[in-house]
Design a protein around this ligand. Structure first.
Ligand code: DGJ
Length: 724
């Protein structure tokens, strides 16, 4: 891995064994994007810049009509002059003008990577960092573009800092994290879109002229659009072809866009959404943007996923969870909703313990006057009517059953019907003279207020200090409205959305660092805030409120492009399913949930003796294969089709497990051989059910005959051990 500056030809070359990234300096001032892709052993500028005197071009040097920043591939935009494509930043000065003129100043190369203050980011002990300084000398503004290249992965991270070295206040209206121009547009754009209970649906379509953009203005990254863009060659599939992935490590409002411009180049820009953002940059202060991960694969989507999985497990989640096996849980929500007593929970926990379940999670409904979702958020004291002996007692009883104990919180929320709201109505997000909008009959706490942050930190510390809570599910069930703050002056009201996210990150980092042994599960009505920012604090996320196994196979398939199975909470729930009413076999529900971070969310006492016996067997099976399922490599073997049929493979050095689902049964089933593709070619694999032995190469290339399967949504698995 190296970062090299060629002073004679004026370019930076960032490279490791797999990739190269090249940035040019033109006219000693302007940063051009020259290359990102497979590693180049050396670079002598074969791909010269096109210099043509174009119509409507703008020229920084008037007599050089072939040199225009409006058509060159750039590393950052200009503002108010020269470049008309989407911009990565915008300043407004106190005269109201929105113009800057940044020029290259100098660079620094350093080992490792500095953490981004107040923001989650990849750890970078294995990296090397280039900082390129640009200066607007008229207003004394500084912009630093940061690039870190990793030793062992085809990954670069980018972020920007904006500093005011002048004497006047300036306002940042747009603080983008990255921009680059590819000199072509024959890409397919890949995005993950959806809704509550339908997260991470893959969309792939050819780029076309104009701007294609996804964004959130909801205060969170949102289930509607995931903060990710992929750019794939037209022929790229799961196993071959080039694809770039851009993933934003941020949990608030974002924009991610691709602009195909007039001469067929493509600009990628990602950052905090400027629609809901502004920042007052006082003299002497700096604004640091969140980070974007740039990932490149030459071997299709599976390879892109392998890189994301390894990257996030190694450099993003809290270190203590990297190798830590996760317990099988029983979550109380779908089995009880708000309706339970202490005796009910204890009986359920006892039964769960006999089945081999390792963690009992008490979900919503345990606090304040909470008997439905209209009340008590903010009142984090125990509901005595339901739990007369308190949380600690319940935790003790569960620990006596040799299980861990977990508890649900929705810390960011406040019900109007709550003691907290009586005491602190001013803590909820609001704008003077306007009514407060409710969602799920609740308001949102203003997490940009330091006193709210302190209150939540203290509340959580008090619970966790008892040492009786092993796991916390952190929920967040509505989006932000009336985003204002009494603490900030008029000209800083548009800072609140971002300050909210910074407040959230402060709380999360203080609490998770103080209690590293407590497992935190991220949730926002399922995957509503499943993003790399949250993953930095909480190593797993409840992937969707939709627990129907057929829907889940699609949702988990989508998320698996970016996150490994261990990061996606997945539970066996009751049939018929509570969200879509579908009946599915218990075996299929198990195989899909087992392919994520595994647990149960069922009315456990209503299961028949045969079902309980099956659950017991499932748990034995899971424990036996936990290492493979939680830490093995995961590959998708089939692209999702209209019948929702899926197939995937877990693999490590000693074993492999294939899960196949037929989705919706089809008439006239075609002959199908499923190729495992990713097993070790020269190894011998023994099918642990039939005892038959096959070579990795025949499984990979000749494939397994898919049996005739009647009935919807039947799954099967094959488990092999490596015998040589
Ligand atoms: C939404 C979550 O996604 C569910 O799992 C559950 O915790 C409910 N909230 C509780 O209100």
């Amino acid at each position: 891995m190296s970062i090299y500056f060629d002073a004679s030809q004026n370019f930076f070359h960032l490279s490791n064994n797999e990739i190269s990234y090249i940035i040019g300096i033109e006219k000693k001032q302007y940063l051009t994007h020259r290359y990102f892709g497979p590693r180049l052993a050396e670079y002598h500028q074969v791909n010269q810049l096109q210099m043509i005197d174009r119509g409507f071009a703008t020229n920084p040097i008037s007599e050089e009509r072939t040199f225009s920043l409006n058509t060159l591939p750039l590393e950052t935009s200009t503002q108010g002059s020269l470049d008309y494509r989407v911009s990565n930043y915008q300043f407004r000065n106190i005269d109201g003008h929105c113009i800057t003129n940044f020029a290259y100043d100098h660079f620094e190369i350093s080992e490792g990577k500095r953490p981004l203050e107040g923001l989650p980011s990849l750890r970078g002990d294995q990296g090397q960092t280039l900082a390129i300084y640009l200066v607007d000398s008229i207003q004394s503004l500084e912009m630093v573009l940061y690039y870190t290249i990793y030793e062992d992965l085809p990954v670069i991270t980018r972020s920007v800092s904006y500093t005011n070295n002048g004497t006047q206040i300036v306002y940042i209206e747009n603080a983008g994290s990255m921009l680059l121009d590819f000199p072509r547009c024959d890409f397919d754009l890949l995005t993950f879109n959806g809704a509550h209970t339908n997260e991470a649906t893959i969309h792939r379509q050819a780029l076309h002229p104009g701007i294609q953009k996804i964004a959130s203005t909801r205060g969170t990254s949102s289930p509607q659009h995931h903060p990710f863009l992929g750019l794939a060659d037209r022929y790229t599939n799961e196993d071959q072809g080039d694809v770039y992935g851009f993933h934003f490590i941020y949990s608030g409002n974002f924009v991610a866009q691709a602009e195909v411009e007039q001469y067929g180049s493509t600009r990628i820009q990602i950052g905090i959404n400027p629609e809901t953002f502004e920042w007052k940059l006082s003299p002497g202060t700096t604004f640091q943007t969140p980070e974007v991960v740039l990932n490149f694969s030459r071997k299709g989507f599976n390879q892109l996923s392998q890189t994301f999985h390894t990257l996030y497990q190694t450099y993003l989640i809290p270190k203590q969870w990297q190798q830590e096996e996760r317990p099988i849980l029983l979550n109380s929500w779908e089995g009880n909703y708000f309706d339970f007593t202490e005796e009910d929970l204890i009986r359920q926990a006892q039964l769960a313990s006999t089945l081999g379940i390792e963690l009992f999670v008490l979900d919503d409904g345990w606090f304040g006057q909470r008997t439905d979702d209209t009340t008590s958020l903010g009142d984090w004291y125990v509901n005595n009517a339901k739990l007369p002996n308190g949380i600690e007692h319940l935790a003790d009883v569960i620990h006596q059953q040799k299980m861990k104990f977990g508890l649900w919180f929705e810390p960011e929320m406040i019900s109007v019907k709550s003691r907290l709201f009586e005491r602190h109505p001013e803590w909820s997000l609001q704008v003077p003279n306007y009514p407060q909008t409710q969602g799920r009959q609740q308001l949102v706490l203003n997490l940009s207020l330091p006193e709210v942050q302190d209150h939540l930190i203290q509340m959580l510390i008090a619970y966790l200090s008892s040492n009786k809570i092993d796991y916390i599910k952190w929920d967040m069930n509505r989006h932000l409205t009336e985003v204002g703050s009494f603490l900030l002056p008029n000209d800083q009201q548009k800072e609140v959305s971002h300050r909210y996210v910074l407040g959230l990150y402060r709380i999360l980092s203080e609490v998770t660092e103080r209690f590293p042994q407590v497992l935190f599960e991220n949730c926002s009505s399922g995957g509503g805030r499943f993003d790399p920012g949250m993953i930095a604090y909480m190593p797993q996320t409840w992937a969707s409120d939709n627990t129907d196994a057929l829907c889940r196979s699609k949702i988990q398939y989508g998320y698996s492009y970016l996150y490994p199975p261990i990061m996606m909470g997945a539970h066996v729930s009751d049939s018929p399913n509570h969200q879509v009413g579908r009946n599915t076999p218990l075996e299929s529900r198990f195989l899909i949930a087992m392919s994520g971070n595994f647990g149960y969310e069922i009315a456990i006492e209503k299961q028949s003796p045969q079902e309980l016996e099956m659950i017991k067997e499932q748990i034995i099976f899971y424990k036996k294969h936990r290492k493979l399922l939680q830490f093995g490599q995961f590959y998708r073997l089939k692209e999702l089709d209209a019948s929702y049929s899926t197939a995937w493979l877990f693999k490590n050095e000693t074993e492999a497990l294939l899960v196949y689902s037929n989705g919706l049964a089809q008439p006239a089933q075609t002959v199908q051989y499923l190729k495992t593709k990713y097993l070790e070619e020269s190894a011998l694999y023994k099918d642990m059910n039939t005892e038959e032995i096959y070579s990795g190469s025949e499984l990979n290339h000749a494939g397994i005959l898919i049996p005739r399967i009647k009935g919807d949504f039947n799954c099967f698995y094959i488990h092999w051990t490596v015998i040589r």
